[in-house]
Write a protein that binds this ligand. Structure first.
Ligand code: COA
Length: 223
């Protein structure tokens, strides 16, 4: 029997503009994959084979299915008509329908959860998720763009703010050296990287076990 597992909507209100998006998550579990099987295509299954690790492979498949689920809702199109490009070290992209081009997509996964975001419009989107009991490696924590090292409890949240920002910009970890922290206000943190202004905010309301910490970022080109 197929488990009755529905994608869980994630409410996002910050940073400004992010609330126009649609966000879903699912447990990274065999039952969730079985429940979402109708949202997967042959190309998804072939692309997943590049991942040797079982949990990573399942996360990739679940993210593809969840993106198609969210896109069908946002675009008002049947999920099986939505073709996605899923390349390593790249953000996912809608290939067809072609008029769906102005939709930004982002994915994050842990061993236990998969999170996706779909944001219509010109801004670029980045989401990040980490297990709450994890800490960034000392070498990475030192490279975070805050002047003070911060309390241990803050470091993981800061790391997710930065990863979401780097994904929104599109360079991934390679963009860390060029990411400048401009400041914070009620709506989250403001970063700059080259021609990009990036706003990143903690993701609230991530209930469920095991606990996770996350962030959502929006990047806009300034010139
Ligand atoms: C993209 C990156 C920033 C995040 O990777 P990650 O934390 O390992 O993994 P996440 O689950 O958060 O994100 C992976 C997703 O990011 C997306 N992604 C990858 N490269 C991207 C890029 N350049 N721009 C935007 N999105 C990107 C992909 O959709 C990917 O999922 P997919 O392969 O299933 O499509 C990566 O560059 C990286 O290596 N980060 C360092 C990881 C680390 O050390 N974490 C310590 C945590 S405490």
């Amino acid at each position: 029997m197929v488990a009755q597992l529905r994608p869980l909507p994630v409410a996002v209100t910050q940073p400004p503009g992010a609330a126009r998006g649609t966000y879903y998550r699912l447990p990274n579990s065999p039952a969730a994959l079985q429940a979402m099987a109708n949202y997967l295509t042959g190309p998804d299954r072939s692309a997943a084979r590049r991942y040797r690790h079982r949990l990573r492979r399942r996360a990739f498949l679940l993210a593809s299915a969840l993106l198609r689920f969210a896109l069908a809702e946002v675009l008002g199109r049947p999920a099986d008509r939505i073709a996605l490009e899923r390349r390593p070290q790249r953000r996912p992209r809608v290939i067809s329908p072609r008029w769906a081009g102005r939709v930004a997509l982002s994915v994050a996964h842990t061993d236990h959860w998969v999170l996706v975001g779909v944001l219509p419009g010109q801004a670029r989107l980045g989401v990040d998720l980490e297990p709450a009991d994890r800490q960034p490696a000392a070498g990475l924590a030192r490279r975070l763009p805050w002047a003070d090292p911060g309390r241990a409890s803050e470091r993981l949240q800061r790391w997710t703010l930065v990863e979401a920002a780097l994904k929104a910009q599109g360079r991934g970890l390679a963009g860390l050296a060029g990411l400048q922290l401009l400041g914070a206000d009620h709506a989250g943190w403001l970063f700059e990287s080259g021609a990009w202004r990036i706003r990143s905010a903690p993701l609230k309301g991530l209930v469920g076990y095991p606990r996770a910490v996350g962030a959502v970022a929006l990047a806009r080109e300034t010139r």
